[in-house]
Design a protein around this ligand. Sequence first.
Ligand code: NAI
Length: 302
Amino acid sequence: MFANRVIIRGFASSASSLAPKVAVVGAAGGIGQPLSLLLKLNPHVGRLALYDLVNTPGVGADLSHINTQAVVKGYKGADQLEVALKDADIIVVPAGVPRKPGMTRDDLFKINAGIVKGIAEAAVKVAPKAHILVISNPVNSTVPIVAEVFKKAKIFDPRRIYGVTTLDVVRASTFVTTIKGGNPTKTPVHVIGGHSGVTIIPLLSQTGINFTKEEVDALTHRIQFGGDEVVEAKGGLGSATLSMAHAGARFTDSLLRALAGAEGIVEPSYVYSEVGAKHGVEYFATNVELGYSIGVSLRVCT
Ligand code: NAI
């Protein structure tokens, strides 16, 4: 049903006419710090607000010395959340606890659900038009939580809420070319479904590459459980941070370019889907075409 489909996200309007403001929530964490670095290097970012419960003044001061145009400011503690998010065009959320060996993403739900809900409530108040990019796991649940907060405030716009599943396609390209050869940056692999174990469904048959059944089984498993490799290798010190920072920066860059008027930008994302909702699956990871196009509503094409 979803295999060849691209959801088109036309933005109704941007949050502000100033240089784009990107806020990173959880900016002092394992993902947050390298992600903030990559965003500081991004020429499309005008203002970079770094929020965390700890250490953001230091991270902000450090990054602010890099001679790129983004103006960086660190915000620390719950009383600075709203000022950090105020009028943001994009809010990227890698806040919360990561997995330890033996944990599934669902084990994080109890803690991260509350964190994400609080951030969404603040966004509703001070940045109702922001695009929210949810990295905090379990993405399959944290994205609907953010959506529910916006629905409660009666300002839910599915074009503005994204679960960041980019790491799944990044891993898929790497793992496929590791065994089949080729350039991983030029070997896209579509991944659909969700962002947790067996809900991650790579569409290897669409790559145009011939695989044996054994290769399909092994690659599918590795793409679905690639995160576990990192969790185990880090031995209790967290989950993927550097590769996730790259993936988060890539998605943010795509969105910024689309907001600046670029067309034809396609990224995978875990989003609310009208087509899915008709089949009982409201949220689904699929390719999403990002585009700035006033008045265009969410639609799905084959
Ligand atoms: P981390 O523990 O290194 O950093 C998390 C940061 O969030 C910390 O600095 C912490 O102080 C901050 N934080 C906690 N509560 C907060 C709140 N209420 N407001 C603002 N900041 C808050 O964790 P890491 O490794 O950076 O992972 C973050 C999240 O990203 C985890 O939930 C992890 O599971 C998820 N993740 C998602 C991936 C994806 O593909 N979407 C891939 C890898 C990790």
